[in-house]
Design a protein around this ligand. Structure first.
Ligand code: SAM
Length: 217
């Protein structure tokens, strides 16, 4: 079966199972996930599972990307901060949702992955994504405030810099925990933060100043 057909089937299954909005369904149906995974995993690109992308990291499962996009309710023209670019797939889906008037800023701590993501995004013509190498647990104050923020690696707690860089009225989605992880939806109101748990998840760990300590450093 051709990749396009496999992708259409996966998107339709996710739409049914997760009750996806048309916008998220269309974005998942459009972004060619097989071009974001290493060649030896291409045939599995439309199986709903994370896959290795090198450097001990993974591309998120399509259902997780879809769920995070739905929880954030990303609108056209918004400015979105992603922590953990990986190979750039989730950033591409978000770029579809914000459109040409919006922007995605994505931070990746592993320079080699950031370079792979840049190449993948450039090859597909995503001009509204900026990939930055750095410690995403510190956010990216240069472009703050953000309408939406999402973190694709699990943190010990919600990093304060990310709360500071979210605009009032903005939303953040972030996994928290080490062995047992919970996905939180965080809403920033004028004088308080409302944090709701969505459910159990499994992500790689967020390392950095407001993340876990990297055992290799
Ligand atoms: N967004 C990706 C996708 O499109 O499927 C998935 C990324 S993977 C699950 C999580 C990424 O977070 C890894 O590439 C990892 O290197 C990165 N990461 C971990 N800690 C980080 C930090 N402090 N700052 C930026 N990236 C970090």
């Amino acid at each position: 079966m051709e990749y396009d057909e496999k992708r259409r089937r996966l998107a339709e299954r996710l739409r049914e199972e997760l009750n996806l909005s048309e916008r998220v369904y269309n974005a998942i149906k459009k972004v060619p996930r097989h071009l974001f995974v290493p060649e030896k995993y291409r045939s599995e690109a439309y199986v709903d599972t994370p896959l290795p992308i090198g450097y001990g990291q993974t591309i998120s499962a399509p259902h997780m990307v879809a769920i995070m996009c739905e929880l954030l309710d990303i609108k056209e023209g918004e400015k979105v901060l992603e922590i953990g670019t990986g190979c750039g797939y989730h950033a591409a889906v978000t770029a579809e949702l914000v459109g040409s008037k919006g922007r995605v800023i994505s931070i990746e701590r592993i320079p080699e992955l950031a370079e792979i993501a840049r190449r993948n995004l450039y090859a597909l013509g995503y001009e509204n994504v900026l990939v930055v190498v750095g410690d995403g647990s510190l956010g990216y104050p240069e472009e703050a405030p953000y309408d939406k923020i999402y973190v694709t690696a699990s943190a010990p707690d919600i990093p304060k810099p990310l709360i500071d860089q979210l605009r009032v009225g903005g939303k953040m989605v972030i996994p928290v925990g080490e062995d047992y992880q919970t996905l939180y939806v965080v809403e920033k109101e004028k004088n308080r933060i409302v944090r709701k748990s969505w459910g159990a998840v499994r992500f790689v760990l967020l390392y950095g100043e407001h993340g876990f300590r990297n055992p290799e450093e």
